[in-house]
Design a protein around this ligand. Structure first.
Ligand code: SF4
Length: 424
């Protein structure tokens, strides 16, 4: 059987407690006879999460504190006790996502949560977390944390997890982890460890056992005699793709090679909708297409950028560095994409006439995209794209708009009218 770990050189600082946890978890899984492809490892934000590529299993990297909720979804979705869902989280992530741990415990979801409790946020500089014991020094509490930490094991036990343990991250902990992993239901293991980068430096000469004891906690195992949450599937699951409308292919590809298109404007100005319509147009014209959007977390503020690849051949990677064609409809879009435009040695730049074109080797077209109204500027730009690049015909864009769910928001009559006079 393939090893669970693909290397013994793990990416942590020398002496980091995460090293022991990762190796012991792998040993516990191997000892339990688990095949790597039956294991789904979900990691959280934090140093422990850089382990992803060292595991030969399925791995998923979650947002801070959300790894447990991802694990719950995976466990329920798989609904297969032969699969092992293991969630790694730090003490910071465990505190941020405390409610997710409580729900997993309360519902007794079939999964194992391994809390890497080094008593501070290691990755971000040694700050106090909700699991930092009272008196433990951190960079944000250099004279010792004044608050008592959460009793995460007590909380998980009260919430109803089948198996909970607190162990010191010293010596051989594989058997203890195996016990948790082989529990039917939710198991939570809190491993107390030290971060040499911050914890050891700020708390010199302190030993793990003494830190645990002086925090008023102890190693131990707690159980609840409960059955795991059972998913009762009465009907065959419906594919999410079932309700998607198939795009009708109305043409054969005319291009011999692929084109990368960058559409960049402001959030709330229809950039992603325009990109989607461009993608539909290209698919209906017989091409392979990828579409990728990016915009700030705060919706409706700042830039909105879309990358589309149009190719007569299968596309194996959706990434793009320097576009063949860049369409810039606003200052936000220009600010976000300026560096890439600078790097264009050829190709086409279509930029709103209110903006100054940055230095570029691309052929520049200044066009008043925003004259149609800011919310339709990106959509409007597609017709200029069609006209100038000749990659896709107008008629196919109009047809794609008709197929699109947001077609009613697009001032088609106005676009047709303006276009007829200005460009055609
Ligand atoms: S900073 Fe601390 S937690 Fe992070 S890898 Fe280094 S020792 Fe481990």
């Amino acid at each position: 059987m393939k090893n669970i770990l693909n290397t013994q050189e793990l990416p942590f600082c020398k002496g980091c407690g995460h090293d022991l946890i990762a190796k012991s978890t792998a040993a516990a899984l191997e000892k339990s006879g688990c095949s790597p492809l039956d294991i789904i490892l979900v990691t959280d934000i934090g140093c422990h999460g850089i382990i992803d590529t060292s595991f030969n299993t399925h791995t998923i990297h979650g947002l801070h504190g959300r790894s447990v909720s991802l694990g719950v979804g995976i466990s329920l979705g798989l609904n297969n006790s032969d699969k092992k869902v293991i969630v790694f989280t730090g003490d910071g992530g465990a505190t941020i996502g405390l409610q997710h741990i409580m729900e997993a415990a309360r519902l007794n979801i079939n999964m194992t949560i391994v809390i890497h409790n080094n008593m501070l946020y290691g990755m971000t500089g040694g700050q106090t977390s909700g699991l930092t014991p009272q008196g433990f020094n951190t960079t944000t509490a250099p004279s010792g944390n004044t608050f008592e930490q959460y009793d995460i094991c007590g909380l998980a036990h009260t919430a109803g997890a089948s198996y909970i343990s607190r162990i010191l991250g010293i010596g051989n902990i594989a058997d203890k982890l195996a016990e948790a992993i082989n529990t039917n239901g939710c198991s939570v293991v809190e491993v107390i460890e030290l971060c040499p980068g911050y914890g050891m430096k700020l708390n010199p000469k302190r030993k793990l056992a003494e830190i645990l004891e002086s925090s008023g906690k102890s190693e131990g195992i707690w159980t609840n005699n409960r059955l795991p949450f059972a998913v009762d599937i009465k009907e065959e699951p419906t594919s999410l793709l079932k309700n998607l409308k198939a795009i009708e292919i109305i043409d054969k590809p005319q291009l011999k090679s692929s084109y990368t298109v960058l559409l960049s404007g402001s959030a709330g100005e229809g950039v992603q909708t325009a990109a989607n319509i461009l993608a539909i147009t290209a698919v209906s014209s017989g091409y392979h297409v990828t579409q990728k959007g990016s915009y700030p977390v705060t919706v409706g503020v700042g830039f909105s950028t879309a990358e589309i690849i149009i190719s007569p051949n299968e596309i194996l990677y959706h990434g793009m560095t320097i576009p063949d064609i860049a369409i810039i409809t606003s200052q936000d879009g220009l600010n976000h994409s300026k560096k890439r435009i600078n790097l264009m040695n050829n190709g086409i730049l279509m930029i709103d006439s209110s903006l100054s074109a940055p230095q570029t080797g691309a052929r520049v077209y200044n066009i008043d995209f925003r004259s149609i109204g800011v919310k339709s500027a990106s959509m409007f730009s597609l017709f200029y794209f069609s006209e100038i690049s000749k990659i896709l015909p107008h008629a196919a864009i109009f047809k794609a708009i008709e197929q699109h769910g947001d077609a009613h928001k697009i001032p088609l009559d106005k676009i047709k009218e303006i276009f007829r006079f200005d460009v055609l």
